[in-house]
Design a protein around this ligand. Structure first.
Ligand code: FES
Ligand code: FE2
Length: 339
C-alpha cells in the first residue's frame, strides 16, 4: 500500500494531556506529546540510549525526560541533557527521529515519512459542524487491515444481514440503481430510489418515510465517507478518517453530522446506543475475517459486481502515491442491486 507519504490522524487534541501518548503508525511505535509552545510532537517511541519507550517518559519544560537514565529531548527531538554527563549532549546520534505534525479541527495529524517534508495537506472532507447540525465524534480500533476496514464501512449488502433489524433487512429487497464514479484520487457510489429501510436507525432518522439516496465515497489515502439524504430535509454525513496502525489493526476517527426533523439533543441519546451495536457487529465481523485469513495464510476473495467499492479501493490503494485531488471523471458505470 502506497501510504507512507501521507498524513494520518494519530490522536485528538484532547488526547494530549500531562503524559506522552503511545501510538502506532504503519507498524512503527510513536510517542506523541505537546511541547510547551503548544505544538504537538511525534517521534519514534524509542530512547536512543537504551531503547526505553519514551511513552513512559515525563514531560518537563515542554520536553521529554526518559524514565530510565533521564536523557531529555526538546520539541525538535534534540537530546539537550544527559544528567550523568553533567548535562552535555552534543552528539546528533542522541537525537530522536521526529515526524512532521499538524493540528487542525481538534485532531493531530502525522506525516508518515520522517525522512521527507509534507508535499500535500491532510485529506479531511469533514466540514466543521454548523448551527442546527447535530454532531458526534468517536475513535476506536478494529483488528483488520486498512483495505478491509474501508470496504466494510462502504459496503452496502452486508447491512441487510450483519445489521439485520438495526438498519436494513426488515422488508423484502427491492431493486436499487447504483452509479459508480471513478476519479484519480477517489471513487464513489451513488444509490438512488431506495425506499427508507425499516430498521430502528432509519426510522429515527426519517420518521416520515419516503425515499433515501446515499453516496458512499472513498478518498485516498484513507477516508471513508457516507452521505445520506432522507425524505424532505434530512441529511446525515458520516466521515471516517482511518489510520493504519499495523498490518492488522486500523484506528478509526469517526464523525457523524446530521440534520433531521427532530432536535439533535433528542436524537443523540437514541442514536448512540444503536451506533454502538452496529459498530460492535462490524468490529466482530472484521476481527473474525482477519483471524480466518491468518488461519488460511492470506485473503482469498471471490467478488461479484455488487461488491461495489471493495475492488476499487484495493486498486486505488495500490496506485501511484502522487495522485492529486481532481474533479476529472475517469469512468462511470451503472449497476443494479437488491436492497
Ligand atoms: S534508556 Fe533512555 S536515558 Fe537511558
Ligand atoms: Fe457495517
Amino acid at each position: 500500500v502506497n501510504t507512507v507519504r501521507h498524513w494520518f490522524v494519530v490522536c485528538t487534541s484532547s488526547n494530549l494531556g500531562q503524559r506522552p501518548l503511545a501510538r502506532r503508525l504503519l507498524d512503527r511505535p510513536l510517542v506523541v506529546f505537546r511541547a510547551d509552545d503548544g505544538r504537538p510532537v511525534a517521534a519514534l517511541d524509542r530512547c536512543p540510549h537504551r531503547n526505553m519507550p519514551l511513552s513512559e517518559a515525563t514531560l518537563v519544560d515542554g520536553g521529554l525526560r526518559c524514565a530510565y537514565h533521564g536523557w531529555t529531548f526538546d520539541l525538535h527531538g534534540r537530546c539537550v541533557r544527559v544528567p550523568a554527563l553533567d548535562g552535555r549532549a552534543e552528539s546528533r546520534a542522541r537525537d530522536l527521529v521526529v515526524y512532521p505534525t499538524q493540528e487542525q479541527d481538534g485532531r493531530v495529524w502525522v506525516w508518515a515519512d520522517p525522512d521527507s517534508q509534507p508535499t500535500v495537506a491532510p485529506v479531511c472532507p469533514d466540514p466543521p459542524p454548523g448551527k442546527r447540525i447535530g454532531w458526534l465524534r468517536h475513535q476506536w480500533s478494529v483488528e483488520a487491515g486498512l483495505s478491509e476496514t474501508l470496504e466494510n464501512i462502504l459496503d452496502v449488502p452486508h447491512t441487510a444481514f450483519l445489521h439485520r433489524g438495526w438498519f436494513r433487512g426488515r422488508r423484502p429487497p427491492v431493486p436499487v440503481t447504483a452509479l459508480v464514479r471513478r476519479y484519480p484520487d477517489r471513487v464513489e457510489a451513488e444509490y438512488l430510489g431506495e425506499p427508507r429501510p425499516g430498521g430502528l436507525a432509519a426510522r429515527l432518522l426519517a420518521p416520515g418515510g419516503g425515499t433515501l439516496s446515499h453516496v458512499d465515497r472513498f478518498l485516498l489515502p484513507s477516508v471513508a465517507q457516507v452521505e445520506y439524504r432522507l425524505g424532505g430535509r434530512g441529511w446525515l454525513l458520516a466521515t471516517a478518517l482511518l489510520t493504519p496502525e499495523t498490518e492488522r489493526c486500523t484506528r478509526i476517527y469517526g464523525s457523524l453530522q446530521f440534520r433531521v426533523a427532530v432536535p439533535a439533543w433528542l436524537l443523540k441519546p437514541l442514536l448512540i446506543p444503536i451506533a454502538w451495536v452496529i459498530l460492535r457487529q462490524d468490529s466482530r465481523a472484521l476481527q473474525l475475517q482477519t483471524r480466518n485469513q491468518q488461519r488460511f495464510g492470506g485473503a482469498h476473495y471471490s467478488s461479484t459486481e455488487v461488491d461495489v467499492l471493495g475492488p476499487e479501493i484495493a486498486r486505488l490503494l495500490r496506485s501511484d502515491p502522487r495522485h492529486q485531488a481532481s474533479e476529472q471523471l475517469l469512468a462511470e458505470r451503472e449497476l443494479r442491486l437488491w436492497l
